[in-house]
Design a binder for this molecule. Structure first.
Ligand code: PLP
Length: 395
């Protein structure tokens, strides 16, 4: 008999994917230039030039046995060492290579981090609004995902609700800063408060509560600000990273988990992840891609277009009367819809070929997400359309 759990998941298709597929079909009909597709978080800038150069150079000069050979199960030592050194330089950490495990993107990093510190039946807490894929990521491990309601004023943490939900069953807390879908960066104050509360509850419950910090947008920060690095504030932290957005290489499937050296059992966690990798068939990201990112760790693609787009959209949305928190990073913005049901709002927007994602799946009803990883020229052309939509539908 086939697996009923996975069969049941077939019915729950991602609304983001559905809207993106709709936009593509609509584009075939009326020309893709005329569809303002804000649905999918797919990077819209070319990958960093030095990444391409690294790939070419490696293929031309390296011993093919080394380049294409199996990766060790704990991933490639020279790559882990380079990642540790880069993080130490940038964030004042003390990682050794033994704390780094290379993965297939952030999805792979989260799959390993979650399995390493929870067991089936445990509770994992996250905060609304959240990336909808967290549901399958967490439920796939057998743990339960519970969602702390949003603090809609600024999308920092709703500490009152969090404290109430932080019971003895919670073994891990999953955060995402800068955040998909709100674009919000957790302030230092938020992270300090979170860390204090976790330490207090660890003592009260007599067990660790691991912080799993999902950071694929760490380098997409606005206003010249940098993003506070959560692991600096809380020892039991597993930082999950992806090069998908910073280098614009989502299809290469590369990221890592960095285990805080002061975490409980820090030296065991990477070998444990190697065992998880073995059991799930992950068995390491491609050797050549591991080696290539190690050569460009401190670089990014030209990410400036995202800030340009954010400013254009934020100013327009404010001007049109939307309630919206200004993003501090990512390529998302998360305004409140102009009517209670965001699904109806987004359906009406679709009539104007504005493809917006209703917020229900992000754990906060009544909002919508715009992924502005598109050409600035198209953002500019979408502004009069957005204006017409609002003026006609919500006079
Ligand atoms: N976490 C968040 C918040 C994301 O937005 C994404 C992708 O969009 C991921 C994880 C998965 O990233 P990756 O493509 O590197 O697996």
């Amino acid at each position: 008999m086939i697996n009923e759990t996975y069969k049941a998941m077939l019915g729950g298709k991602s609304i983001i994917r559905e809207l993106s597929e709709y936009a593509t079909k609509r584009g075939e009909k009326i020309g893709y230039d005329n569809v303002f597709d804000y649905s999918l978080g797919n990077p819209s800038v070319p990958c960093a030039e030095d990444y391409t150069k690294a790939i070419i150079d490696m293929h031309e000069t390296m011993n093919p046995m080394e380049l294409h050979g199996y990766s060790p199960s704990t991933t490639i030592p020279s790559v882990r060492k380079a990642v540790a050194e880069s993080l130490n330089r940038r964030f004042g950490m003390q990682y050794g290579m033994e704390h780094i495990f290379m993965t297939s993107g952030a999805a792979g990093a989260l799959a390993h981090a979650l399995r390493a510190v929870t067991k089936p039946g445990d509770t994992v807490l996250t905060f609304a609004p959240f990336f909808p894929e967290y549901t399958p990521y967490v439920e796939g491990t057998g743990a339960k995902l519970e969602v702390v309601p949003a603090h809609t004023k600024d999308f920092q943490i709703n500490f009152e609700a969090f404290e109430e939900m932080l019971t003895g069953d919670v073994m891990a807390v999953l955060i995402n800063t800068p955040n998909n879908p709100s674009g919000i960066v957790y302030s230092e104050e938020t992270i300090e408060h979170l860390a204090d509360l976790l330490r207090q509850k660890e003592k009260a419950f007599g067990h660790e509560i691991f912080l799993i910090s999902d950071e694929p947008y760490r380098e997409i920060a606005f206003d010249g600000k940098s993003v506070p690095y959560p692991s600096r504030y809380y020892d039991n932290t597993l930082s999950c990273y992806s090069f998908s957005k910073s280098l614009s290489i989502p299809g290469e499937r590369i990221g890592y988990v960095a285990v805080n050296p002061k975490a409980v059992d820090a030296d065991l966690l990477v070998p444990i992840m190697a065992q998880i990798s073995r059991g799930t068939g992950h068995n390491c990201p491609s050797s050549s891609v591991q080696l290539a990112v190690a050569r460009v760790l401190d670089e990014t693609s030209d990410l400036s277009v995202y800030e340009t787009n954010m400013n254009l959209l934020y100013d327009t949305l404010v001007d049109l009367g939307f309630t919206v928190v200004r993003p501090g990073g990512t390529f998302y913005i998360f305004p409140k819809a102009l009517e209670e049901d965001a699904n109806v709002f987004c359906q009406k927007a679709k009539e104007y070929d504005l493809i917006l994602v209703p917020s229900d799946n992000f754990g906060v009803p009544g909002y919508f997400r715009m992924a502005y990883c598109i050409d600035t020229e198209k953002v500019k052309r979408s502004i009069p359309v957005l204006r017409r939509f609002v003026e006609e539908q919500y006079p």
